[in-house]
Design a protein around this ligand. Structure first.
Ligand code: 4AD
Ligand code: MG
Length: 458
């Protein structure tokens, strides 16, 4: 029976007649034995396999170089070697697929830049393997968190005709022939002749549809891919990323901030409890302060300040910023990082932003200047969550849409939720890759998603 390395290493007792299948990390040959370190992706650790040169198949050992795949039958026995409880004493050895000396991941340290150049092979490394196991466990934890609270998981469209964030960072979806599109009588492209009979795009956020579903189901969440044609060449922007977007009916900004903080803490705690080996690895090789920081974050409340207070802190410090600190402008990454890393030294929720810096759907505050928005900022990354209470008052919403230059006809379906039984509601978006950067200590978004898409790279 085949079992995974993870199961084998966790076994309470010796096991007879098991099969292990995986990839050779290293091989050491002695006179009568070979020691083969095999990893099958189930955990960070390898299983040492001891192959007596008398067992069937051992003549294939000479070709079992690093990167080769093997299948070994044998017994799990106590290992005399230091640092490992079990090893597999082989009874039959089979080389499944050879890898020759040109396999790029020979046993030595590799730079992340090099690993990025071989995304199709980097899941074979400790670093990417660990990250992707954490990613998988936390994706599940997102569902655990919301399902336990009775939220309904909804699937919002990936192809859409609306621009939720109003930033114009949309990828067009079309089947028109770029060389010969249909034209109207003014010589412009006639989108009525396109696949959907109108212009359509990849979604930047499932929020607008999510709001309509929350105004019926109560509490919903989405967890899906989103796309931004934002020409940002930074370590924290991807053109395709995964976002978790809860939306809660009968909820205000305070409830929204509470839910966001609870979710981040739940995910941090889950990683600490469920992925201890992987986090130890990142703590040892990627970010020395990682475990201490995560434990601290899991226990303490986040700082909570208004945008105006944030501007006040930023303008009083002696720190020099590249971008000016001006009330009314969005916070820059350097400002966000100053607040979390230098000033508060913990995650910070900043709320009530100037309305001019935010999209049309946010609820206007009574001061006439700010909206009920909130961002969660964390050390090392900056913004990981953006959210708000939504404008539920029909007249205010329509006025805001007009002042943002939206075509109201296009959004009649959205406005209907305010026309028929409107309710205060709120939600947010957590960038899954940004969260993973925070939890692993990885400094570049390209290293927390298997196949990163960034400007110039698909
Ligand atoms: O702040 P954003 O743009 O908010 C929204 O899209 C809202 N509609 C969400 C909502 O209220 N339902 O994006 C939310 C989060 C950011 O805080 C960030 O973590 C992540 O999505 N994000 C990105 N992650 C990677 N690459 C990018 N280019 C990102 N843009 C946003
Ligand atoms: Mg944002």
């Amino acid at each position: 029976m085949r079992i995974k390395v993870k199961q084998a290493l966790a076994s309470a007792e010796p096991l007879l007649d098991i099969t292990i299948a995986g990839w050779v990390r290293t091989r050491r040959d002695a006179k009568e034995f070979s020691f083969v370190e095999v990893n099958d992706g189930s955990c960070l650790k390898n299983l040492q396999i001891v192959v007596d040169l008398a067992v069937p198949g051992s003549e294939q050992l000479k070709d079992a170089l690093t990167g080769s795949s093997v299948r070994v039958e044998g017994s799990l026995v106590a290992s005399p070697a230091k640092g490992q409880k079990w090893e597999l004493k082989a009874k039959a050895f089979q080389l499944v697929g050879r890898a020759d000396e040109s396999f790029p991941l020979q046993k030595k340290g590799h730079t992340v830049e090099f690993l990025r150049s071989i995304p199709h092979l980097r899941a074979r490394t400790n670093r990417t393997g660990s990250l992707l196991r954490i990613r998988s466990r936390l994706a599940w934890a997102v569902h655990e968190f919301f399902q336990a609270k009775g939220f309904v998981n909804v699937h919002t469209p990936i192809i859409t005709a609306s621009d939720c964030e109003g930033a114009g960072e949309l990828f067009r979806v079309t089947t028109l022939d770029p060389k010969d599109p249909p034209k109207d009588n003014q010589g412009k492209v006639d989108w009525a002749g396109d696949f959907f009979g109108r212009q359509s795009y990849l979604t930047v956020s499932g929020q607008l549809e999510g709001e309509t579903l929350a105004c019926g189901l109560g509490d919903i969440y989405t967890f899906g891919p989103t796309f931004r044609a934002e020409n940002s060449h930074t370590s924290r922007h991807a053109s395709e990323f995964w976002m978790i977007e809860p939306e809660m009916a009968f909820c205000d900004l305070t409830g929204d901030m509470q839910c966001a903080e609870e979710l981040v803490k739940y995910l941090v705690k889950t990683a600490l409890e469920q992925c201890p080996d992987e986090l130890e690895f990142f703590n040892a090789y990627v970010d020395k302060g990682l475990l201490e920081r995560l434990r601290f974050v899991a226990e303490r409340p986040f700082a909570r300040i208004t945008y105006t207070e944030a501007i006040d802190i930023l303008s009083k410090t002696s720190q020099v910023f590249e971008f000016p600190v001006t009330w009314g402008e969005n916070l820059q990454s350097e400002h966000e990082r100053f607040l979390t890393e230098v000033h508060f030294k913990c995650p910070v929720t900043v709320h009530d932003y100037p309305k001019g810096a935010k999209p049309f759907y946010m609820r206007q505050n009574d001061d006439g200047k700010t909206v009920a928005a909130m961002d969660v900022l964390v050390p090392g990354v900056g913004e990981i969550i953006g959210g708000s209470q939504r404008e539920e008052r029909l007249d205010r919403l329509v006025a805001a849409m007009q002042s943002h230059g939206l075509d109201l006809q296009n959004y009649a379906w959205y406005v209907d939720t305010r026309r028929f039984g409107t309710v205060p509601h709120a939600g947010f978006g957590l960038g899954f890759e940004r969260l993973l950067m925070f939890i692993s200590g990885e400094g570049n978004i390209r290293d927390v998603i298997p196949y990163p898409r960034t400007p110039g790279h698909a």
